[in-house]
Unconditional design. Structure first.
Length: 364
């Protein structure tokens, strides 16, 4: 972790569990101005890790017979996904990112294409409605035919799943997830934020936007309505390990639901890499170390990853308070950075311990 800090991340903190033993640690600062240190118990905006929580909530409704995985989404949300698209796209396709619906984020934040932070600053306190973001995604050119063999990761799918949850439960999705997933897992420091500020101890969250914000700017105060049931959760590393441990132990959804969540297909991630993705779960195979399940997530200034071995005995959750640190070359391609190698070393040590193998990156 000290190596990650030395490589350029202001602050990094983590919790690793191994067969009943727990290690927590932190390195660096939570505030580059004051030098306030990061601590292992800090709250973090965990980004797309939220998707596993949303997927678990949907699977609970599948178990109760209110949702069918292979039902057309137009059966539930005809106003949001009308016509042929609504008939072709199923709930399962939203969960595994094979719907062909593009991500709305480049359209909600148009300055990202430059890249420029103008949109990030303009929307800091904006209250988005899920329907308007979904409309942006549906209006963009499709990424493929619904149900194709190769998925394309899209946040639009996950706002639709939030609307689906509200439609079938009669309760706002965030409330349903809080009551039936977060509270069921016994998580005490995980919540959808009620406003732009994070309650409890937390770090500032620095966004570099591939060198276009220099020095990196703090976005820890931000209205998360732009991502909702896709990436808005705040949590701690302890809570994330607790959640994934209980999920893989069949205590959040049934064993049959978990088996559905672990049926993976190749999906093109937002960074262009191909990952093995199930229903709200990444699968990560590490030679000589095991198969891990979990998710990673980024929002402005905050990055988090949480992975649990399939036997639930080895777990790792890591948070950093700087994002998009890579700077582009003359062609605009982000260049390799020492932070990438330092994080790779940390992940291997955390997941594999003294048997950490060497080799190419294994985390998306």
């Amino acid at each position: 972790m000290d190596g990650v800090h030395r490589a350029g991340i202001p602050g990094v903190y983590a919790e690793v569990r191994d067969a009943g033993r727990t290690w927590r640690g932190a390195s660096g600062v939570a505030d580059v101005t004051t030098g306030r240190p990061v601590t292992p118990d800090m709250r973090q905006r965990v980004g797309s890790i939220t998707k596993t929580f949303t997927a678990a909530a949907v699977m609970q409704q599948v178990e109760q017979g209110r949702i069918r995985l292979d039902a057309p989404i137009g059966d539930h949300l005809p106003q949001l996904v009308p016509g042929e698209r609504g008939r072709k796209i199923t709930v399962r396709m939203l969960l595994n990112n094979t719907s062909g619906i593009p991500d709305y984020i480049p359209y909600a934040f148009p300055s990202l294409r430059t890249p420029s932070p103008e949109s990030l600053d303009d929307h800091r306190f904006r209250q988005f409605r899920p329907a308007e973001l979904i409309e942006l995604g549906l209006a963009a050119p499709p990424t493929g035919e619904p149900g194709g063999p190769l998925g394309v990761y899209s946040n639009t799918n996950w706002l639709l799943l939030g609307e689906l949850l509200e439609q079938v439960t009669g309760t706002p999705a965030e409330e349903y997830i809080t009551r039936n997933v977060i509270e069921r897992a016994g998580l005490r420091h995980t919540e959808f934020p009620a406003g732009p500020r994070i309650k409890g101890p937390h770090s500032r969250m620095y966004e570099a936007l591939f060198g276009s914000i220099d020095p990196p700017r703090d976005y820890s105060v931000y209205n998360m309505s732009w991502t909702g049931t896709g990436a808005a959760l705040v949590s701690t590393m302890d809570d994330l390990n607790r959640f994934y441990g209980k999920l893989l132990d069949g205590r959040i959804v049934s064993r049959s639901s978990l088996a559905e969540m672990q049926r993976t297909i190749p999906v093109i991630a937002l960074d262009g890499s191909t990952i093995q993705y199930g229903l709200g779960l990444h699968k990560v195979d590490i030679e000589g170390c095991g198969t891990f399940w979990g998710h990673d997530g980024t929002v402005w200034g905050a990055g988090t990853i949480s992975l649990t071995r399939d036997d639930a005995k080895r777990q790792m959750s890591v948070a950093v308070n700087l994002q998009r640190w890579k700077k582009p070359d003359s062609s605009g391609t982000p260049q390799h950075h020492p932070v990438d190698d330092a994080l790779e070393t940390l992940y291997r040590q955390a997941m594999c311990g003294g048997t950490a193998p060497q080799g190419p990156a294994f985390v998306s």
